[in-house]
Design a protein around this ligand. Structure first.
Ligand code: FES
Ligand code: FE2
Length: 370
């Protein structure tokens, strides 16, 4: 929907000390969503999950990224691949959920694929022209970063390694890549994908929406903007002085790094909270203008947290996500109002990340229109 694009450019051009948010229509319009699919989502690197979700050969999980059903699988050679979950015969999905397989066998006519996507067997296919080698499952471009798996639907998309060195530096003391998975969950939320990016990435709502769950450790008043750059933004949610540390984490962490959670977004669809001993990451899979599938993972540093503490943290984050979801689903309805106009944003420490996201969206729009 090109006619919203000039509004986005006007908002992005506002002076840094007078930022305004996007009007509701950006979050509710089906046309805008189609436009964003073409201009932002199809070319984006999307976090699908953690490498240690598939530790052994044959371990797999499935996700739906826009219109593409995908299988993330570890092959016999140890490599993780992202394959199209679409049979090369007549298009049946080959796998559901997660598990471990020796082969992917299609439930329709039993074509059999290896864990690298090669077609191994197709019963009764005796046609002259049939060539099994040309029936390999499509394998997508992937990239790994700190134990996360990213996929891009666009084969031409450049990698993000070059442009996010500041983000690398921010998280590297935590040894994010060595965190071990303890929980995965998925749910469908009735909200726009951008609403969850913005919600997760601003500290302004912490004390209001999460008085029991987060306020004690990460009150709004201690939120501070951190580094941002092409394709990412971040802030730190600092713990009050004198509060008990929550696990020692990696040996190289400074005292300040142990006394805060670092929240970062990798646009378009990953948001995460990195603390000394706990890592929570949300992958947002947009379904429509007004619905998303949220997949979230929790990982821990070494043996820092005992089982009971891990169970407590899972329950805490289930509650935090429930609190955010309730707000966003209510807001989604009000955003359809003609009175959901552009509203003033708070300063850098509280909503500077929302502004960063807006500037990034505006840049993607300019590139698409150029
Ligand atoms: S659709 Fe898969 S074997 Fe026919
Ligand atoms: Fe929240």
């Amino acid at each position: 929907m090109k006619d919203l694009s000039p509004i986005l450019q006007e908002l992005a051009a506002l002076p840094a000390d007078r930022p305004m948010g996007l009007p509701g229509v950006f979050y509710t319009s089906a046309e805008r969503f189609e436009w964003e699919k073409k201009t932002v989502l199809q070319q984006g690197w999307h976090c699908l999950g953690r490498v240690d979700e598939v530790p052994e050969p044959g371990d797999f999980f499935t996700v739906q990224l826009l219109q593409e059903p995908l299988i993330v699988v570890r092959g016999d050679d140890g490599a993780v691949r992202v394959l199209a979950n679409v049979c090369r015969h007549r298009g049946m999905p080959l796998a559901e959920g997660r598990g471990n397989v020796k082969r992917f066998i299609c439930t329709y006519h039993a074509w059999m694929y290896g864990r690298d996507g090669a077609l191994l067997r197709a019963a009764r296919m005796q046609n002259e022209g049939f060539d099994a080698k040309s029936c390999r499952l499509h394998s997508y471009n992937i990239q790994f970063w700190n134990g996360f798996i990213y996929c891009n639907l666009d084969a031409e998309a450049p990698h993000f390694a070059e442009e996010s060195q500041e983000l690398d530096a921010l998280v590297s003391p935590y040894e994010t890549g060595s965190f071990r998975l303890v929980h995965v969950a998925e749910e469908i939320w009735q909200t726009n994908w951008k609403c969850l990016v913005e919600n997760f990435m601003e500290g302004y709502h912490l004390s209001v929406v999460h008085p029991q769950t987060l306020h004690g450790y990460t009150p709004t008043g201690l939120a501070r903007k951190s580094v941002s750059g092409p394709g990412f933004t971040s802030y730190t949610a600092n713990y009050p002085e004198g509060i008990a540390p929550r696990g020692a984490g990696a040996p190289g962490l400074s005292t300040a790094e142990r006394q805060r959670s670092t929240l970062f977004a990798r646009f378009p669809t990953q948001v995460a909270s990195q603390a000394a001993s706990l890592l929570v990451s949300l992958s947002i899979f947009p379904i429509s203008a007004e619905s998303i599938r949220v997949k979230w993972t929790m990982s821990v540093y070494g043996e820092d947290l005992d089982d009971a503490t891990i169970q407590d943290r899972i329950r805490l984050w289930e509650e935090v996500n429930r609190e955010d979801r309730e707000k966003l689903e209510k807001m989604q309805i009000a955003l359809r109002s003609q009175h959901a106009v552009s509203g003033p944003l708070a300063g850098d420490d509280y909503e500077g990340t929302v502004r960063d996201f807006q500037l990034w969206l505006a840049e993607q729009d300019r590139a698409a229109l150029a």
